[in-house]
Design a protein around this ligand. Structure first.
Ligand code: ADP
Ligand code: ZN
Ligand code: ZN
Length: 731
């Protein structure tokens, strides 16, 4: 920094801060050349030294005397000026501090290892006798010929073998080891090439519209409402190419890591090393490398999950939000940001196009598109290649029970599975509950076995342990009921583990794979499982919502929704919407190849309108029915809701605090905001913290927001440190 700006503006990383302020510090002479905006520094604060970020420079300090910056923690910028502007916006929108918003944004920390990794990299040698190699070894050797200089693990991944096979080839001397420095690339295997498909008429029209948006020099928001299999991904790829052609960058967001992997492959196949990836499944080293590559401008295309919305691009022209309705775009801890909202804010800063894609758009989005107020509607109404939407058959589980069938499989679904297996086709079974049995009850006192830290029943897993799906608490199955001592403990409910067991028992000839968060604990297991399934290494894939969304698996001709009611019974005004979305999405996984697909949906409530509409894949029908209900009840999108959660270790104090908070809201409100509660939320205790909730409802977002801001600042400091308050707008 030039000498006329000897002071720095610093956002100090204060724990539990409620004041959002930028502080001024003097830059000691010896640090002046090194310090840039975005650098991480250490500053004296009170009697401590705290980390903070440089966000600007000044000629004069606002207050004197002014303290000196104590030292530099990292001179490399942790964010761009645009991202700092975004953090300020987030602080206002999500009622958090700028420092808290920056926590989501800043570069992944540099680890002790160097950025460039030294390792053993396999290089193929000429082979005198190819036939001396086993088929697997040959695969590795051929892969190494095409991609020399991969690490042992990368090469094994590419060739689809275990690293041991590569080691044996190294030992044989068929591969030689060289020491290289190479950037860690999370997806080395994607091959560039393949001809582009010819766009359908609908796709062409959609792309033309988006191109006009890119040329408009303004932020434009489009809702790409396309049925499942209508070729939305192809639009993302072409739109990204158009952005690149205009010298801009593109950011593509998806809700799940599995989808990110699928999409990365498609993007890399077209754009090669211009693509960077950001998601939580990457190792810390990989994430660091990818972030730096984007920051240096080497990767103008970024694919990733929620937090990738903060990718350090500088000239974004396009932000795609695939499956825009998806709940995973919302962060469930403070700051509770919604990636879609952040994307819109970023697009406004950089005059970019926002492309929201979905077969089942969120009610709010679609309503906004119909009025043309919030975005423009672009439609894809047909599947590509004249493929048909799958036929959906409803099975009434009440009738099954009457007929004496207590199994997870209805007779109809079992028959259909047999039929498809007989033809050598693939099946997906969807169940949105992991574990073995979902609840263990005591026959004597009727109480379920609960987590000692959370007010929630424990799930039995097939390793014999009981697990809490909220906090991870684990215990062996007890001999006796902890409440009454009875030995009559019985499990109920079916999770994916039990479904897998039943499937193997009923269809012993089938090869079965399972994908849920219990099986993907290890890095990239899900990629491997999906790749194996896609290659036809298995007949049946069982999974939770991880497999519901967006996956393109052309071999699948039958999808079974084992229990459609799991989301319908949730105590949430969006239960019907979630159910409709989930069933439509899962159903959309069938018949994406040349063979038409079929879907079987098992439910206890076949007459429910969300299930009826999903069966017909009729978005409009669902939309208008649900909107009528929401309007009648005053729920979003006809109002804005906010949920205030207070939590602490002492239940009484939390209750007191909640009442005090309510009183403040009522006193400060002008009547336009309705306040409900305090009431115990569906789960009253999580991780030993008791919870109370207040629900706020208002037709006007602004009124609600201002009220919350005022009350939060006035809220009694007596509770500080004992009761924490978090605010979630449109929970
Ligand atoms: P969606 O995301 O809308 O569910 P996808 O983008 O996954 O659908 O497309 C479904 C399938 O159709 C994919 O296998 C894709 O490669 C293929 N596809 C997309 N557009 C075309 C096209 N214009 N011509 C031929 N195939 C296409
Ligand atoms: Zn008991
Ligand atoms: Zn728990």
């Amino acid at each position: 920094m030039p000498d006329e700006y000897p002071y720095a503006e610093i956002v100090v990383d204060l724990p539990l801060a409620r004041v959002d302020q930028v502080y001024h510090y003097r830059i000691p002479k010896h640090l002046r050349t090194e310090l840039c905006a975005g650098a991480r520094v250490l500053v004296p604060f009170g009697r401590r030294e705290l980390p903070g970020y440089v966000v600007g420079f000044r000629a004069h300090a606002a207050v004197t005397p002014v303290k000196d910056i104590a030292g530099i923690l990292d001179a490399n910028p942790a964010f761009t000026p645009e991202l700092y502007a975004l953090a300020r916006w987030m602080a206002g929108r999500y009622l958090c501090t700028t420092a808290q918003a920056l926590q989501c944004i800043v570069a992944p920390a540099r680890q002790s290892r160097p950025r460039f990794e030294e390792g053993v990299w396999a290089v193929p040698t000429a082979v005198s006798d190819e036939t001396a190699l086993t088929p697997k070894q040959r695969q590795v050797w051929l892969a190494a010929l095409e991609h020399p200089g991969l690490s042992r693990a990368q090469l094994a991944l590419l060739a689809g073998v275990t690293p041991g096979v590569v080691s044996r080839l190294l030992a044989k001397g068929v591969l030689t080891a060289a020491r290289h420095t190479v950037i860690r690339d999370p997806y080395p295997q994607a091959a560039v090439g393949a001809e582009l498909p010819r766009l359908t008429g609908e796709q062409l029209t959609a792309l033309e519209t988006i191109k006009r948006g890119l040329d408009s020099g303004r932020r434009e928001i489009y809702l790409l409402h396309g049925i499942t299999g209508s070729g939305k991904t192809e639009i993302y790829l072409r739109a990204a190419a158009e952005a690149l052609a205009r010298g801009r960058e593109a950011l593509v967001l998806v809700p799940e890591i599995t989808l990110a992997s699928q999409l990365v492959r498609q993007f890399k196949a077209r754009f090669g090393s211009l693509v960077a990836v950001l998601h939580s499944g990457l190792g810390t080293g990989e994430r660091y490398d990818e972030w730096q590559r984007i920051f240096r401008g080497e990767a103008p295309l970024v694919v990733g999950t929620r937090s990738a919305v903060f990718a350090p691009l500088r000239n974004i022209g396009l932000i795609v939000l695939d499956e825009e309705h998806d709940g995973s775009y919302k962060q469930d801890e403070n700051p509770r940001y919604a990636a879609g909202e952040v994307a819109r804010a970023r697009a406004l800063l950089s005059k970019a196009v926002v492309l929201l894609g979905s077969a089942t758009p969120a009610l709010r989005t679609y309503a906004g598109a119909l009025t043309g107020e919030h975005c423009r509607l672009v439609r894809l109404t047909k599947r590509v290649d004249g493929r048909t939407l799958p036929k959906v058959k409803l099975v009434d589980l009440r009738e099954e029970l009457l007929a004496g069938n207590r199994h997870v499989f209805s007779r109809y679904l079992a028959d259909k599975i047999n039929e498809r297996l007989g033809k050598g086709q693939q099946v997906i079974l969807f169940l949105n509950r992991r574990g073995y049995m979902t609840v263990v009850l005591c026959r004597s006192c009727g109480r379920p076995l609960c987590c000692t830290h959370c007010a929630i029943s424990l799930t039995r897993h097939n390793d014999g342990f009981l697990r809490c799906h909220y906090c991870g608490y684990r215990r062996p199955l007890p001999q006796r009921c902890p409440d009454c001592g009875s030995t009559e403990l019985v499990g109920f409910g079916t999770g994916t583990q039990r479904l897998e067991e039943e499937t193997r028992r009923l269809f012993p000839q089938a090869r079965v794979l399972r994908l849920d968060s219990d099986t993907v604990a290890r890095k990239r297991t899900q990629d491997r499982v999906l790749a194996a399934f896609r290659e036809g290494d298995a007949d049946i894939l069982i999974g939770t919502q991880m497999i519901a969304k967006g996956l393109d698996l052309p071999g699948v001709t039958l999808v079974g929704v084992v229990d459609a009611d799991t989301t319908l019974v949730l105590p949430d005004y969006q239960a019907a919407e979630r159910t409709f979305q989930l069933i439509t999405q899962v159903a959309g996984r069938a018949g994406r190849g040349p063979v038409p697909g079929e879907v079987v949906v098992q439910t206890h409530r076949p007459e429910h309108y969300s299930i009826q509409a999903a069966v017909r894949q009729d978005y409009q029908r669902f939309f208008f029915q649900e909107m009528r209900l929401r309007r009648a009840l005053g729920y979003p999108p006809f109002s804005v809701l906010a949920q205030v959660i207070l939590r602490g270790r002492q239940e009484e104090r939390v209750e007191q605090a909640a009442r005090a908070f309510r009183d403040l809201l009522v006193a400060a409100g002008d009547g336009s905001v309705q306040v409900m509660g305090p009431a115990p939320p569906p789960v009253v205790k999580i991780k030993d913290h008791f919870r109370r909730q207040l629900l706020l409802k208002s037709p006007k977002r602004k009124a609600l927001h201002t009220l919350l801001q005022v009350v939060r600042d006035r809220f009694d400091t007596d509770y500080r440190g004992r009761v924490t308050v978090s605010v979630d707008i449109n929970p």
